[in-house]
Design a protein around this ligand. Structure first.
Ligand code: TRP
Ligand code: ZN
Length: 802
């Protein structure tokens, strides 16, 4: 085409007067080695790879870069044969050959139409492991997992997870894989966790590599869940994709729900649910309560990459879970079958999904759909009245939904509220007429009343079992009722929640004691409930480890209207020490019982035993010298990273004299393993130490730290503001200033990562006046930067406007 007929700028290509039908050929020159944004085609070490979601494809070539443009791709790659022996793209390899000049080429064809955000290309010197999977209809699928040579020994668990995920999706959703080959490539530099590119997933190494001596139990769990997640996208995301990016939760919420179900089926369902809820309440509730609160289906954005949020992912998953609860598993499955059949090969909307759910089930979901359009966490107040004479329990519910940016005066929501009734001092649960011990109340009005007649005596209300809706519940339990629930509730989530409420109350009272300079007192009911949990049989040790964990400082702060940074820190520390002092003998005995010389295995019982043992270790370590040798011995003798890291953490957080000696030894041993070095960064960033910020500043210039590596940034800088609130919110503003410095430097290199880091400054409204000024000043400083990315701009600007 003649020059005058088109205009090409870096941002767009304008073709004047195109004919009705035409073939467009574009030739572009790009520089992957200069691409530090890690979006489009970039280099990670010596490896070429792509990341096209959300809008990276346009950084490779001009294209109709929107998810509703579905195309088949034929990709031919030419490269130097020694530098890039491996050349991959989506679909099936159909031809390859050598070129005369030491180069070679390959040709890949992906028969499935797809949006360009699912395009992928990889070129480099990689090694791989292979396996295969036979689908339910008898087709054989080759499975290949690629990594750098030194990492192939750490890919086996991910491969096993992939096979488990493939079998699970057939069994639970009837979904079969559709190509002859499924490839996964692990790369060191990656903005997110992983990417579901058709037939060629690209993963952050963090979610692939694991060996007992390098990875902790949580890493194994994360690998299983992320490998599952990306695999499940093949149907929920790829075969049926999103019409536009406002529908992102259509694929992400649904796929998170699917990966949560998968993990629950693979390991311990109760603890899995607790951890998912804990994560939701720590992060999503905070987001929903801040300046960036947005609905599961947002209605505006400046930068789509800022909307890969915990609301889209995790609240989105809760919305799907509620549909699953309302329809029941069989009807939900039928509706999913219909959704996949009807929309296969299309780009659709959240409305389409809900319409199928409603049509197949016959349930009217008009009101339910508010969960997609309204931001904010609904608040449910509960009152109960027990009548001794009639043995009837009346439960009154009141719902409100707080205002969020741009949304006020919200109508009531459709809330599925799962409840049970527990008789105190007994473990025989109450049965509803349905013959079940849990009943799901349909709470749809602003105020509603429910009655439970014919009781044996006054029961304790077990509310929101399994966290049946993403809401806040407010009910004035007595402490002894909570202790009964911790002990006798049959729902693991509700047991844990009762324990959480007891901890929260104690912290609140300790904060009040501190304010009025009274001696610190710890609730007797909490002490006795905690002690009884410690002395329980370890039949579900992992659950016990969760029941014994005091909520994080960050979560406790968020429960307050105004952060009491100093108070929560002191109270948290005091409470943990008191609990340890009161139970040290039993804890030490249990610790000894749980200790084992058996080789590491990632398996539910062993994971649980380690979790509980290390929970006790972390309590005992708060008592200082008395248990220092126990901690040091575990550090030195551990035969796996889970135990080793737990010991190092206990050392670092309790001002051990030998702290730097152990930290150095650990680094020396593991400096060749970037993912272990990330753990070393994170541990120091979270350290309870008055010099933590100066240590972090030192680590930013450490040769093992690179601002261009997202994992390094998340581990060191992200962990500091997320997990170390006391020092991050230092009264001199040094934490805010440090974070702003990093955001500014990052923004010039990698705006997506910069935007994730600026989230640490956005919720300044929760701070006291003095700190508000300090945090706002840093946001203003960031906004004044020339050529600031729209990623960071959108967040900082919206926060200051709020
Ligand atoms: N679609 C990916 C997932 O959830 C998320 C993702 C991968 C992503 N890479 C990204 C999101 C880059 C934003 C930017 O599985
Ligand atoms: Zn996803």
């Amino acid at each position: 085409m003649a020059d005058s007929k088109f205009k090409a700028t870096p941002a767009e290509l304008i073709i004047n007067d195109p004919p009705k039908r035409f073939i467009l050929k574009t030739i572009v020159q790009i520089y992957p080695q200069k691409n530090t944004e890690l979006s489009g085609l970039y280099k990670s070490g010596n490896l070429y790879c792509t990341q096209c979601e959300a809008e990276g494809f346009r950084a490779i070539t001009y294209f109709l870069d929107r998810p509703d443009v579905l195309t088949t791709y034929t990709v031919t790659i030419h490269a130097d044969k020694t530098k890039c022996p491996v050349l991959l793209s989506n679909g099936n390899l159909v031809a390859k050959g050598d070129s005369p000049d030491g180069r070679h080429w390959v040709k890949w064809v992906d028969p499935f139409k797809k949006p360009c955000y699912l395009f992928a290309l990889v070129a480099g010197d990689l090694k791989h492991i292979s396996d295969s999977f036979q689908t339910q209809s008898g087709r054989k699928v080759s499975l290949e997992l690629y990594s750098e040579a030194e990492n192939v020994s750490k890919c086996d668990f991910a491969m096993q997870s992939l096979k488990n995920a493939m079998a699970w999706d057939e069994k639970v959703y009837g979904r079969e894989y559709d190509l002859d080959i499924y490839m996964i490539v692990a790369v060191n530099d990656f903005n997110a966790g992983a990417m579901e590119n058709k037939g060629l997933n690209i993963f952050n190494t963090k979610y692939i590599l694991a060996r007992p001596d390098t990875a902790v139990d949580q890493n194994y769990a994360d690998i299983e869940s992320v490998v599952g997640h990306e695999y499940f996208h093949n149907w929920s995301g790829n075969r049926v994709t999103c019409r536009d990016w406002f529908q992102l939760s259509l694929k992400e919420g649904f796929t998170v729900f699917r990966d949560q179900q998968f993990s629950a089926d693979m390991g311990s369902a109760g603890v899995g649910r607790i951890d998912d809820v804990d994560m939701l309440r720590n992060h999503q509730f905070a987001e929903d309560d801040g300046p960036l609160a947005h609905p599961v289906r947002p209605d505006s954005y400046m930068e789509i990459n800022n909307f890969y949020t915990t609301t889209i992912y995790n609240k989105g998953a809760e919305v799907i879970r509620m549909l699953h609860t309302l329809l029941g598993p069989e009807t939900f499955r039928k509706a999913c079958d219909e959704y996949f059949a009807r929309y296969d090969g299309q780009a659709v909307t959240c409305d389409d999904f809900v319409a199928v759910m409603s049509e197949v089930s016959g349930v009217d979901l008009t009101q339910f759909k508010l969960w997609y359009s309204l931001a904010g966490t609904p608040h449910v107040k509960v009152e109960s009245y027990y009548d001794e004479k009639t043995k009837n329990l009346k439960v009154k519910l009141y719902q409100t939904n707080p205002d969020t940016p741009g949304q006020t005066k919200k109508p009531p929501m459709y809330i599925p509220l799962a409840v049970g009734l527990v008789y105190p001092d007994s473990n025989s649960p109450y049965m509803f007429e349905s013959g079940k011990t849990t009943e799901v109340l349909s709470f749809t009005q602003r105020e509603q009343e429910f009655n439970f007649p014919d009781l044996k005596g006054k029961p304790v209300l077990s509310l929101l079992r399994s966290f049946s809706a993403p809401i806040k519940v407010d009910y004035s339990y007595s402490n002894s009722e909570l202790a009964s629930l911790v002990r006798y509730d049959t729902d693991p989530f509700s047991r844990w929640e009762a324990a959480q409420i007891l901890y929260r109350r104690s912290i609140k009272e300790l904060c009040a004691d501190l304010k009025s300079k009274r001696p610190l007192t710890t609730e007797a009911d909490l002490l006795s409930s905690f002690s009884s949990t410690v002395s329980q049989d370890n039949n579900d040790p992992e659950l016990l480890s969760r029941l014994l964990r005091v909520p994080s400082q960050a979560y406790l702060l968020d429960q307050l209207d105004v952060y009491d940074v100093e108070g929560v820190y002191q109270a948290h520390q005091h409470l943990r020490r008191t609990l340890a002092e009161h139970n040290q003998k039993t804890m030490m005995a249990q610790y000894e019982k749980l200790k084992t010389n058996r080789p590491y295995e990632y398996e539910t019982a062993a994971v649980g035993a380690r979790a509980l043992k290390n929970c006790y270790l972390s309590y005992l370590a708060t008592l200082g010298k008395t248990y220092a040798n126990v901690v040091e011995e575990q550090f030195q003798k551990a035969n796996n990273m889970t135990d080793k890291l737990a010991a190092l953490e206990a050392l670092v957080n309790n001002r051990s004299k030998r702290k730097s000696e152990f930290l150095e030894a650990f680094f020396e041993q593991w400096k060749q393993e970037p993912l272990v070095v990330d753990k070393w960064f994170a541990l120091q960033a979270a350290a309870d130490s008055p010099t933590v910020l100066s240590e972090i500043k030192g680590l930013v210039t450490h040769p093992a730290f690179k601002l261009t590596n997202p994992n390094n940034v998340y581990s060191l800088i992200g962990t500091f503001f997320r997990a170390n609130p006391y020092y991050f919110h230092a009264a001199d503003g040094s934490g805010y200033q440090f974070l702003a410095d990093q955001v500014i430097e990052l923004d010039a290199k990698n705006p997506q990562v910069g935007a994730r880091m600026v989230t640490g400054l956005l919720r300044w409204k929760k701070l006291d006046d003095f700190r508000q000024d300090l945090a706002r000043a840093q946001l203003e400083r960031i906004l004044a930067v020339k050529n600031l990315s729209k990623n960071v701009y959108e967040l900082a600007y919206k926060s200051l406007q709020s």
